[in-house]
Design a protein around this ligand. Structure first.
Ligand code: ISJ
Length: 310
């Protein structure tokens, strides 16, 4: 993606959360960056105000609400941070327009039969009501084994509209990494997803997003948060690298420090410098030396105390 495209991307503010620029977000149940509920699930059996108050009490952070009818809109306007246009009624243009007029950020889910044009037209209806805080959510179709969503369509929506896009994973975090790698600015999970699954989606989002999303933080705390995400990815890779280096120590005729191979180590640094040209070989060499030595120490410790291995 060019820098210009990045800067021109529309971001949507959801309470204190920004969707579209910066880190990818997870909207789901507890453990997510934001939560949502659908008043349709309760079919008017529970008054809208009661449902929203209960959802608020269940956790902090931004809350999005899907109305079950126009009658729910005043309560949503009063107490939600955003509103969901559900896949089941994205073609109800009267309700879509009334929803947009609340002035809250709108998340537009794609009905599984809707084309890209129809989907973008719904965003257009919202914009026509003066609401430009629109996110597009690729929902695909739920089936017993998970969700089928169209990542190519999601990408096209992002490119064509310049708006943030989300992928609806349903209750299964398994495709979180794939969706983020495909360019999703966030993930939607079912409101009732377990905290463990929400955290798994969030972790995948952080790790993959650290590699695929360019961030331009403008404060110390935002930059530290971004560094934390990069370090999360580094930690996973360092651990994996140490395991592989340990395997090699066991396979080589002479392992550990005694079997150190300076030629191979220089190749490792040179290859890394191709991908990290700003750091370059001179700065990478001491970093990799420390990494390699940590791996060798670990391998030697494990060799002398194999019982401690897990
Ligand atoms: C893993 C090996 O053993 C040592 C550790 C290395 C590493 O961590 O990359 C590289 C060369 C060796 O000094 C190897 O020989 O490949």
């Amino acid at each position: 993606m060019s820098t210009t495209a990045h800067l021109e991307r529309a971001a949507v503010g959801l309470g204190a959360l920004t969707v579209g620029t910066g880190p990818a977000v997870v909207i789901g149940g507890s453990g997510a960056d934001a939560r949502w509920i659908s008043l349709r699930d309760r079919h008017g059996e529970v008054p809208a105000a009661e449902s929203v108050v209960a959802a608020r009490a269940e956790g902090a952070g931004p809350l999005l609400v899907e109305p079950s009818s126009a009658g729910d809109l005043p309560v949503i306007a009063e107490s939600a941070d955003g509103v969901v246009v559900g896949a089941a009624w994205m073609r109800d243009s009267e309700l879509v327009r009334a929803t947009a007029r609340l002035g809250l950020p709108v998340l537009v889910q794609r009905a599984s039969s809707a084309t890209l044009e129809e989907w973008l037209a719904v965003a257009g209806h919202c914009a026509a009501e003066g609401n430009d805080q629109i996110m597009l959510c690729e929902s695909g179709r739920a089936h017993p084994d998970g969700a089928t969503f169209d990542l190519a369509l999601m990408r096209a929506a992002r490119t064509r509209s310049g708006r943030p896009v989300l992928a609806d994973l349903g209750a299964d975090p398994a495709l979180a990494a794939a969706a983020i790698a495909a360019g999703a600015d966030g993930l939607l999970l079912d409101p009732g997803v377990t905290e463990q699954d929400a955290l798994a989606a969030r972790e995948a989002t952080r790790i993959v997003g650290a590699v695929t999303r360019r961030e331009e933080p403008d404060s110390v705390s935002a930059a530290r948060d971004a560094i934390d995400r990069v370090d999360a990815a580094l930690a996973v890779l360092l651990e994996r690298r140490a395991e592989l280096a340990g395997t090699i120590q066991r396979l080589k005729p002479v392992g550990g420090f005694a079997g150190r191979d300076a030629v191979r180590e220089r190749q490792v640094v040179a290859e890394m410098a191709r991908r990290a040209p700003v750091l370059g070989e001179a700065r990478l060499a001491p970093i990799m030396n420390a990494v390699i030595e940590a791996g060798l120490h670990l391998a030697e410790e494990r060799r002398s105390a194999p019982a401690e291995r897990d």
